[in-house]
Design a protein around this ligand. Structure first.
Ligand code: A3P
Length: 293
């Protein structure tokens, strides 16, 4: 496999009309060639929407209370990221192809770009969506710390780029609406991050049911404890502290940053909020999908 030379903050590239991290674009052929298996479980999200949280929950469910199993590797090893490719680390497809157990696959791809094999195999898919304002704040801090992204610029500039879909994985609006529409025809459980915050156990029950697994209250309580924000922040297998410093710099901003709803209020000015709300109303006029902020 050709390797790009080590460079931090490579510029965004486009694949199938979607902006993607420069390093990821180099590996795109392998993503297109990927073979899904019928029992694969797909976790799909726009970045910063609770991917890691849901990944940890699903791995706990499949591990049936075996806490040694849930500590067998970092979250990006247990739930490989399909389109991931940065120098000096195995790619997502390499990790996935090596797994001989039931696989949980993470993706940030918009629904229209997801490799067709996942639909051909009728894979169960869990989509998690989070309100746009907290996503853009979380994404800004993530761009700052994960140096595989281009420079985020100022907060004002980043907000503008986010609205225009000029960030990795493109438009949040397109993403959440596209997957929302797809759920009518496909086997998709659509979950909101804010609902998980409000009542994590209720949402964990939903995931059990969707995966066709029987659960006890005791199991749900254990998973709830193990996947709380504090537990995951303190868990080196969940908090991304094991990735090389050439990929993430936690001293700039930790991956497990705040894990709350409403932090956008500490970032948006009144003027930015009014401008964003007006844009949001237009972009979301053609959907019945709603969010809590
Ligand atoms: P913040 O930056 O707002 O804190 P993803 O996994 O999709 O990249 O999303 C990361 C966001 O989810 C971060 O948001 C992170 O703190 C939050 N998060 C991760 N684990 C969580 C948990 N167990 N409970 C609540 N939020 C969590």
């Amino acid at each position: 496999r050709p390797r790009v030379t080590m460079s931090s903050r490579p510029p965004i590239k486009y694949v199938s009309g979607m902006p993607i991290l420069g390093d990821f674009a180099e590996n795109w052929e392998n993503v297109k060639r990927f073979q899904a298996r019928a029992d694969d479980i797909l976790i799909a999200t726009y970045p910063k929407s609770g991917t890691t949280w849901m990944s940890e929950i699903v791995d706990h469910i499949l591990s049936e209370g075996d806490t040694v199993r849930t500590k067998r590797g970092a979250i990006y090893e247990r739930v490989p990221f399909l389109e991931y490719a940065v120098p000096d680390m195995p790619t997502g497809t390499e990790r996935l192809n090596l797994l001989d157990c039931q696989r949980v696959v993470k993706t940030h791809l918009p629904v229209e770009i997801l490799p067709k094999c996942f639909w051909d195999e009728k894979c169960k898919t869990i989509y998690i969506a989070r309100n746009a304002k907290d996503v853009v704040v979380s994404y800004f801090h993530f761009y700052r710390m994960a140096i595989v992204h281009p420079e985020p610029g100022t907060w004002e500039e980043f907000l503008q780029n986010f609205m225009e879909g000029k960030v990795a994985f493109g438009s949040w609006f397109n993403h959440v609406k596209g997957w929302w529409n797809a759920r009518k025809e496909k086997n998709i459980l659509y979950i909101l991050y804010e609902d998980m915050l409000e009542n994590p156990k209720r949402e964990i029950h939903k995931v059990f049911e969707f995966l066709g697994k029987k659960e006890s209250e005791d199991e749900v309580e254990k998973i709830h404890q193990a996947t709380s924000f504090q537990a995951m922040k303190n868990n080196p297998m969940a908090n991304y502290t094991s990735v090389p410093g050439s990929v993430m710099d936690h001293s700039v901003s930790p991956f497990m940053r705040k894990g709350i709803c409403g932090d956008w209020k500490n970032h948006f000015t009144v003027a930015q909020n009014e401008m964003f709300d007006a844009f949001y109303r237009k972009e979301m006029a053609d959907t019945d999908l709603t969010f809590r902020f």
